[in-house]
Design a protein around this ligand. Structure first.
Ligand SMILES: [Zn+2]
Length: 413
């Protein structure tokens, strides 16, 4: 039995935030409750997101510089209804070219054998191996991402194959017909239901199953079968905030130029990292229209007291000059959405130079002093821990603690 993600990895800690990933294994009895859309998906109603991610380009491990780690990124290919490509992804172009090259090489080896060349099976394998290895490593992982809770009331993101999502959709339709419960109700906090996910077989023969969970009670000596519901408690909500993801932000997106640079590059891990880091700057300074704009420095930061109650929820914004290089910080401001008025300092965003950071720091100090004057606060909350790297990387199949922290740390504090 292969070890699961949970067997292998501990819980990385960065200010109380962590993300749990669930994957479907062989067999059934994998029970999950689908959570209603939240964070940025709340407005759009999206409860599941489908992502294609390119693997194979690796950077230097921050934990052990002698090792490399996958730096996956989102496939940007777009197609119209006729399956014509309307936006090219150079990652896909490269993968397709390598597959074509592999097929060509195989065909020419076969032709040589036909003409009488003595190749053993091992010879053929050796000739084909570099291309086969490259293709295997540069896999495009396509999965649906869904925030869920399991029966232990652990929350996290469930990754499922497209065929499993189709089975889930069909199971929802069936339940709607049989029980008269709407799909919305199947997820809503008070009325959600449990789903039993199963998988058997392998390859093209893999069967993906999903069924609603029922329970049987004995009432007046009669066995009564009823749909098992999963109302969310306040405690569950804390688990959701701590362990689930904003589905719009779980996958690292590179620009077309960055992807082109990666694909045309040497594949050297330091070069890969440099291309990824470049994105953190270029994405913020690429827009031309306004001179200044608000840049979200951090996502909503949810803080809890020792018993896990949310004390505040804060998002930090920075106003920066768009054309300046490096971006200049003029004003730092904080939007408070809940609880006590509170000023947030982001001490070490990588793209701010030290002088600017110092300026921001002093400004914040003044504000804090002012805030203290206006309101006596016996127990000022500690400032949020600063996440050093906002880089999002994702190796679903082989994530290290460091990767998990790097991937989700910036979203989930
Ligand atoms: Zn692609």
């Amino acid at each position: 039995m292969a070890e699961t993600m949970d067997d292998v990895f501990g819980t990385p800690s960065f200010g109380g935030a962590r993300l749990r990933i669930f994957k479907i294994k062989d067999g059934d009895g994998q029970i999950y409750r689908i959570l209603p859309p939240f964070k940025s998906c709340r407005a759009t109603g999206e409860w599941a997101k489908y992502y294609s991610q390119h693997y194979g380009w690796k950077g230097v491990s921050k934990k052990d510089a002698s090792k490399t780690v996958h730096r996956p990124f989102k496939c940007i290919e777009e197609k119209n209804r006729d399956k014509m490509i309307t936006k090219e992804c150079k990652g896909c172009t490269k993968v397709k070219a390598q597959i074509a090259l592999r097929d060509e090489r195989k065909a020419s080896i076969d032709a040589e054998i036909k003409r009488g060349k003595k190749y053993s099976e091992a010879d053929v394998e050796e000739l084909m191996r570099p291309l086969e290895d490259w293709i295997k490593e540069h896999n495009i992982d396509r999965k649906w991402w869904i925030n869920v809770m399991n029966e232990k009331r652990e929350c996290g993101v469930l990754l499922i194959a497209h065929r499993h999502k189709a089975a889930l959709d069909a199971a929802m339709e069936k339940l709607q017909k049989e029980e008269g419960i709407s799909k919305k109700e199947m997820m809503e906090p008070k009325t959600g239901v449990w789903w039993d996910f199963g998988r058997t077989g392998s390859g093209n023969q893999t069967q993906h199953t999903v069924a609603a969970v029922y329970e049987t009670e004995v009432i007046n000596n009669k066995r009564v079968r009823s749909l098992k519901t999963a109302p969310l408690t306040n405690e569950d909500l804390q688990n959701v905030l701590a362990n689930c993801a904003d589905l719009n932000q779980v996958v690292r997106t590179l620009t077309a130029d960055q992807i082109e640079a990666l694909v045309g590059g040497s594949g050297d891990p330091e070069e890969v990292d440099a291309i990824f880091d470049m994105g953190m700057r270029s994405e913020q300074s690429a827009t031309r229209e306004p001179v200044t704009r608000n840049v979200k420095v951090s996502d909503e930061i949810t803080k809890r007291d020792e018993s896990g109650n949310v004390t505040e929820s804060v998002a930090t914004y920075r106003r920066e000059l768009v054309k300046a290089d490096p971006p200049k910080v003029e004003v730092s401001e904080t939007r408070i959405s809940k609880a006590e008025p509170k000023v947030e300092v982001k001490a070490s965003e990588p793209e701010i130079d030290p002088e600017e950071a110092e300026l921001v720091r002093r400004l914040e100090e003044k504000r804090r002093a002012r805030a203290k004057l206006t309101k006596a606060d016996p127990q000022p909350p500690k400032p949020a821990p600063v996440e050093q790297s906002p880089v999002l990387d994702m190796d679903v199949d082989n994530m290290s603690d460091e990767d998990i922290a790097r991937t989700f740390g910036s979203q989930l504090k």
